[in-house]
Write a protein that binds this ligand. Structure first.
Ligand code: URA
Length: 240
């Protein structure tokens, strides 16, 4: 990773401030004065000091990705593209991993972090973190479906889901299609597809638009990502 990028990620200063500090011979890596901010260092092993005072390197990354279709939610795979293949080398810090999983054909909000504790909290079943999806359904969703979701859908294998909120956005009877928004507070395997399958319907498209306090940034095109803002990070860390 570039020295100037790492130091600005650590909040030491902007890239131009760091350039100035380098010029003023204030920064050492492994005891050697840094001459060029573009030089590379290994954040896992480098000892950084500023004016001979050591600086702790603790790079915690929180990235919001708009997951595209045809990419799997995994950290590595021998044959298929993974969500980590969409992350630039400078952001690929050790331990970066997706929080939870979206199916290969599901799009939308996916959080990636190397903050294992936060990931664990967000996924813990008893935390009931809400996840909201927009879906196109092959079938006619009506008030009965809404009531079924509210009561908790029983999947075909007998599993009972927790109550979920289903909002009908539009129904086009001639095309046998419905647009809906659905919020669930658990994360069973293929949960939404299986909930609709239990109601005799098929999910044609699925896009996650929110997870806990995070809303998918509409400025992110498919495959694009950005770091979370400080407010977003604080909102996540506040989740009890
Ligand atoms: N439910 C599904 O069926 N698939 C997803 O990717 C997420 C929720």
């Amino acid at each position: 990773m570039r020295i100037d990028k790492l130091l600005s990620n650590l909040g030491i200063g902007t890239r131009s401030e760091i350039k100035k500090m380098i010029k003023q011979k204030q920064i050492k890596i492994n005891g050697e004065l840094v001459k060029n901010g573009k030089d590379q260092l290994d954040p896992d092993s480098a000892q950084v000091s500023i004016n001979d005072r050591p600086v702790a390197i603790q790079l915690t990354k929180y990235l919001m990705l708009n997951k595209p279709q045809n990419v799997i939610t995994a950290t590595e795979d021998a044959f298929q593209r993974t969500v980590l293949d969409l992350i630039a080398p400078d952001d690929l810090v050790k331990g970066l991993a997706p929080v939870g999983r979206l199916d290969k054909d599901t799009t939308g909000l996916l959080l990636l972090t190397n903050d294992g504790q936060l990931a664990h909290r967000l996924l813990a079943p008893h935390k009931h973190v809400a996840k909201t999806y927009q879906a196109t359904i092959d079938g006619i969703v009506n008030d009965d479906t809404v009531v079924r979701f509210k009561a908790g859908v029983r999947l075909k294998d007998g599993t009972l889901c927790k109550p979920a909120t289903l909002k009908i956005i539009s129904v086009v009877e001639k095309d046998n299609q419905s647009e809906v928004e659905i919020t669930i507070t658990e994360g069973k395997y293929h949960q939404i597809k299986r909930m609709f399958a239990a109601c005799g319907m098929h999910v044609a498209t699925l896009n996650r638009i929110a997870m806990g306090p995070l809303n998918l940034d509409q400025a992110l095109g498919p495959g694009q990502y950005r770091p979370l803002s400080e407010n977003e990070i604080q909102a996540l860390l506040k989740l009890k």
